[in-house]
Write a protein that binds this ligand. Sequence first.
Ligand SMILES: [Zn+2]
Ligand SMILES: [Zn+2]
Length: 194
Amino acid sequence: MNIASPSSRVELAGFSRSLAGQDTAALSVSPLELGETATGETSSRVKLGMDTKTCTKCKRTLPTVEFARDASKRCGFKSICKGCDRAKAGAYYRANRDRRRAYWQAKRDEMSAAYFVLRAVRIYGGQCIECGSVEDLEFDHVDNNGAAHREVETLQAVLRRIVRTGQPITDYRLQLLCKRHHLAKTLATRGQAA
Ligand SMILES: [Zn+2]
Ligand SMILES: [Zn+2]
């Protein structure tokens, strides 16, 4: 229904009067206000006879000055009050801040892990003992007891221990192999076992 046309104003006003019998408020308000009342959004505006609006979030009925303007809304205001708007912005900021903190913590962890790898690799000679490659280096357990070692100590812990003492660990014999030679050794070991 087109609430903006003059004819509908009469119709609407007459309709509500005939329904309620004595609905004087409906007669005194503009078509626009009637339209808003129909949506239930600003019914208090008609009732109180002043510019108020009920916040859809906190449900408080406040003067419209407590609402930010919003041209896309029929009533010209945002549906939530300025107070709720601020609270929402604050919540967004906090969520964003937590995300940022988590990101940088992960970044720091990553960097410190990379640092320990670099230092430990240097302590172990910095190159594949088979081909001298300095890329894609991996720690290999000379005695093939890596599985047992990993059960009692994480790689990160081993690296920290190496860096802390500044020399190769003595309880497990480690050596550096490039990815290719590490894989070759692993396959050869499996071949022996089979
Ligand atoms: Zn509110
Ligand atoms: Zn190699």
